[in-house]
Design a protein around this ligand. Structure first.
Ligand code: PLZ
Length: 447
């Protein structure tokens, strides 16, 4: 534990450094303690226990330093322990830690809602509610849409991921590990085909027609409160929908009084080089869900949208004890400022400019890479057998395990587990990125 910023920052190197076996002896010891007291239902992709972090580097208890290509699944988007964010949270800690906004409010909550109104797509009056987690944002988005429309149905897309609560488990595509055995599940959830160009080969217009026809036949627009979409699907494998797909869905929603909700929990907060990925597709969602990257690592999430929709809920109908905690809000304000002052929208584009060509090079060397896709600092590679096109589910795990031994933390994804996703913090340097992709190349050569 340190009581000033400087020692922590100084102690974190700027490149990977492997000094023990991975996991090292102290991590192994901690893992034994953990196994005795932490539920087996909570797993860890790489059981190295982290002591410090800064920028795009994680340092474990054995002194190993990892280039972090996962950012806590897109949470430390501005970078680990960024000084201005840490300072803002530290200052707020000494001022007020909690009051409960629904009892006695405070300015930081209001300021975050102003920033969300400013930076979400659409030039109209917007309002927000702040909550604690992505799943809670999804739950509230659905609640708000139901109240506004007076309808029950929730439409989602194949390969979607929306969380681990009861309602969101029902909205996810993938059962295992998220919902297997955890039922009964919430009803009135309708899952329609998505746009997955590598697999369906459909144009945006044709994919949208398929989605809309499916929804019209299986539920009917008049029973739908909302359609919830991830503009770029996250856990599903960073699928970028075909051109025109999402705008056609939004148009159909608008024409039929269905609230169009963009789950930007993974794709938002500057990750793709826009504040929200919706912008890349020309979308102006009725409601935008943000979480993960919004507070630099502190738990905060929000539902932001058209004032008339957000105001349809009765006073007292929205809230929660910790939602919009002052420290998390202070950090979020600093995150928004940091994105502006450090030009992080451009940084996301810089990262794409380094990562995509490097991965396309790898694709030339390794034909098992079926596709390189994504926008900004949200890029993935999908593996398939070049002859049969069958998903190669074992490759990402093997590559990630090899990379970990070399001091690179990389995450897998995909309904079939055959995707490696790159979602580094926007603080990552070109050198760190090139070095890490080099390790991925070595891993592919080794298997
Ligand atoms: N919507 C698009 O990506 C969270 C899950 C990590 P919470 N994705 C990471 C895990 O294994 O639990 C996510 C998301 C999208 C919603 C969520 C849910 O956000 O903050 O995890 O509740």
């Amino acid at each position: 534990m340190t009581d000033t910023l400087a020692p922590t920052v100084d102690a974190v190197p700027t490149e990977r450094r492997v000094v023990t076996a991975i996991p090292g002896p102290r991590s192994t010891e901690l893992h034994a303690r953990r196994t005795a007291v932490v539920s087996a239902g909570v797993s860890s992709a790489l059981p190295v226990y982290i002591e410090r972090a800064h920028g795009a580097i994680l340092v474990d208890v054995d002194g190993n330093a990892f280039v972090d290509l996962g950012a806590g699944i897109g949470v430390t988007t501005v970078g680990h322990t960024i000084d201005t964010v840490v300072e803002a949270a530290r200052e707020q800690l000494g001022d007020v830690l909690h009051t409960l906004f629904t009892i006695t409010p405070y300015e930081e909550y209001v300021r975050v809602c102003e920033l969300l109104a400013q930076h979400t797509p659409g030039d109209f009056a917007k309002k927000s509610v702040l909550v604690n987690s992505g799943a809670e944002a999804v739950e509230n988005g659905v609640k708000i849409a139901r109240k506004y429309t007076g309808r029950n149905g929730i439409a989602v897309l194949e390969h979607a991921y929306h969380g681990r609560t009861n309602l969101t488990m029902a909205m996810n595509f993938k059962a295992s590990p998220y919902s297997t055995g955890f039922g009964p599940f919430a009803g009135d959830v309708y899952r329609a085909p998505n746009s997955y160009p590598l697999h369906d080969g459909l144009s945006g217009a044709d994919a949208a027609k398929r989605t809309i026809t499916y929804l019209e036949k299986t539920v009917g627009a008049s029973d739908l409160a909302c359609l919830v979409v991830e503009p770029i699907q996250g856990e599903g494998g960073f699928m970028v929908p075909a051109d025109g797909y999402l705008p056609a869905l939004q148009e159909w929603c608008t024409a039929n009084g269905v609230v169009f909700i963009a789950d930007e929990i993974q794709s938002g907060m500057a990750r793709t080089g826009a504040y929200f990925a919706s912008e890349h597709f020309g979308l102006v969602p009725d409601l935008v869900l943000s979480a993960k990257g919004i507070a630099g690592g502190l738990p905060l999430a929000g539902v932001t949208g058209r004032a008339e929709i957000m105001d349809a809920s009765q006073p007292g109908g929205l809230g929660g004890t910790f939602g919009g905690n002052p420290v998390a809000c202070a950090a979020a304000i600093a995150v928004f400022e940091h994105i502006e002052s450090e030009g992080l929208l451009a940084a996301a584009k810089r990262i794409e400019g380094v990562l995509k060509p490097a991965l396309l090079e790898l694709q030339k060397r390794f034909p098992i890479i079926a596709e390189v896709r994504g926008i900004g600092a949200m890029i993935a590679i999908e593996f398939a057998d070049p002859a049969t096109h069958e998903p190669l589910a074992e490759v990402p795990g093997t590559v990630a395990a090899y990379a970990a031994q070399q001091g690179v933390l990389v995450l897998t994804a995909g309904t079939y587990g055959n995707v490696i996703r790159f979602l580094p913090s926007l603080a990552i340097t070109d050198e760190q990125l090139r070095d890490a992709v080099g390790v991925i190349g070595d891993a592919l050569a080794a298997i």
